[in-house]
Design a protein around this ligand. Structure first.
Ligand code: R5P
Length: 269
């Protein structure tokens, strides 16, 4: 791995533990003004200092994030579809590597839709992006997306997706947590991070999800709604950090969440 690419990657996956708490806020690229992300600037601003990286589009980055920030950026560069269109899987590359470099991105991210009508196109997008990324020293994060077909998310399918993106040269795979997640990690020679998915019922549920993923070998999270749709997003991201970086149990992290919510300043995280 070339120095520049390795250096960029180490800004996202922290060298002390090779883990990351990435804050996903790219949802608008196909969902529009998502609940509690209507004004990305005000949603993101209090969370930036607790995020190891943020995942956003160039539009949100340029318009809603101060250029003085030092948070590493994972730039969403695929899209071209919407939730009201005919097929979410029909993505193309919407942002050039030149613009990613101009924006000082630490990585670029795209979605692939394995098993969909557009499997070939999205995997070809990945191959092309890896070629361009490697030439520019820019890591590529591949999201194993399922569009509206959430029932697809089992270990056999997700292991297939993660292995394919690794084989095509991605540097990080982003996927969903599932039962027998160890199998997904075992078959994938690159770091795997998990999305949070739809907002879960309780904060403890989210922390258990993160805990189980990390214990099963995930390199952390790339989480959005379960952080910024929480009524207490800052305590939430700090509790997730405790699970990912401090090996806190879900229960201990939940205690931390409750203390932070009440205005406490405990040692952990
Ligand atoms: C989906 O493709 C987007 O890339 C989101 O970044 C991703 O789903 C993670 O966000 P959440 O934790 O809200 O699922």
């Amino acid at each position: 791995m070339d120095w520049g690419l390795q250096n960029r990657l180490s800004r996202i996956l922290k060298p002390d533990d090779d883990r990351t708490v990435m804050l996903a806020a790219d949802h608008g690229y196909f969902l529009g003004p998502t609940n509690r992300l209507e004004d990305p600037r005000s949603t993101l601003e209090p969370l930036l200092r607790y995020a190891d990286a943020i995942m956003v589009t160039r539009g949100v980055l340029r318009n809603c994030v101060a250029a003085t920030t030092d948070v590493p950026v994972v730039l969403r560069v695929s899209g071209g579809t919407s939730v009201v269109g005919s097929d979410l899987a029909h993505e193309t590359i919407t942002t050039s590597i030149d613009d990613a470099v101009r924006l000082n991105a630490s990585a670029v991210a795209l979605s692939v839709f394995v098993g969909s009508k557009y499997e070939h196109e999205t995997l070809a997008n990945l191959g092309m992006l890896v070629d361009q990324g490697v030439a520019a020293g820019m890591p590529v994060l591949a999201v194993t997306a399922v569009g509206k077909e959430l029932e697809k998310r089992d270990a056999r399918y997700l292991a297939l997706c993660c292995r394919i993106v690794a084989e095509l040269g991605a540097h990080v795979a982003k996927t969903y947590f599932c039962e027998e997640f160890e199998q997904v990690v075992a078959g994938c020679p690159i770091p795997v991070v998990i999305a949070g998915g739809l907002k879960l019922e309780t904060e403890l549920d989210v922390l258990q999800l993160a805990y189980r993923a990390v214990q099963a070998g995930a390199a952390g999270v790339d989480m959005g709604r379960n952080i910024w749709q929480s009524d207490d997003p800052v305590p939430m991201i700090r509790a997730v950090r405790a699970v990912v970086h401090e090996n806190a149990t879900a229960e201990d992290a939940h205690e931390l969440f409750l203390e932070l919510k009440q205005g406490g300043h405990p040692q952990l995280a």
